[in-house]
Design a protein around this ligand. Sequence first.
Ligand code: ADP
Ligand code: MG
Length: 236
Amino acid sequence: GLREEIEELTQRKTQLPELTEDDIVTFEKLPLSIKTLKGLKRAGFTVPTKIQRQSLLFSLAECDVVGAAKTGSGKTLAFIIPILEKLYCSMWTKWDGLGAVVITPTRELAYQIFEVLNKVGKEHDFSAGLVIGGTDLVFEWQRVKNCNIMISTPGRLLQHMTENPDFLIENVQVLVLDEADMCLSMGFSESVNCILEELPPHRQTLLFSATQTRDVKDLIRAGCKNPVFCSVHEHS
Ligand code: ADP
Ligand code: MG
């Protein structure tokens, strides 16, 4: 049953500190729900990439994580998987509202993340929504009302937060800042900082960036609590 599975996952998560990245030869070595493992398998993912192995050891233990790795290293799954697992193990349902928010700088990236989420999260019962603008604010809100996992661009997310009275963020469990360096270089610094101030402090934050500029370091200080730093330089 569900409770037994969650109990077992919780137990296995306490053993994560005993594992190293070399132990994670397949996703099955990680304490992941059957639904997530099925989703990964169906999408053709069996062997985690280096940044995934490094960061999942900590993100699945609910630590804040800062991940640095170049484009193409597999950062998307490194945050999609912890989101699915956190909500699943909290027995989050469609009726519990917004539980996770992903912020990414462009619409194209948001679409890509949304697709990966829909594929890998297929077996789960969470609803996902895109908040990326390009349409009427009220219409967009109608579409994403009651969504559990939101993929958004910074300006549009902030707009919903300030203009939409139905937008409830107080239960958000996981915040992801994807391509943090690009968010800042595209001028979203102020929006992202406003969003950080509004989100509940008792949340997990995962921040991914290709580079670690001074601005990114400031953002890490503003958004993360004692983060674990994972960085991959070589080809993975
Ligand atoms: P990044 O965000 O670091 O630029 P992505 O998450 O977009 O990287 O992944 C880059 C590519 O690698 C995608 O085509 C994705 O499907 C593929 N990929 C990611 N993780 C794995 C994996 N564990 N096994 C095989 N392919 C993967
Ligand atoms: Mg990416």
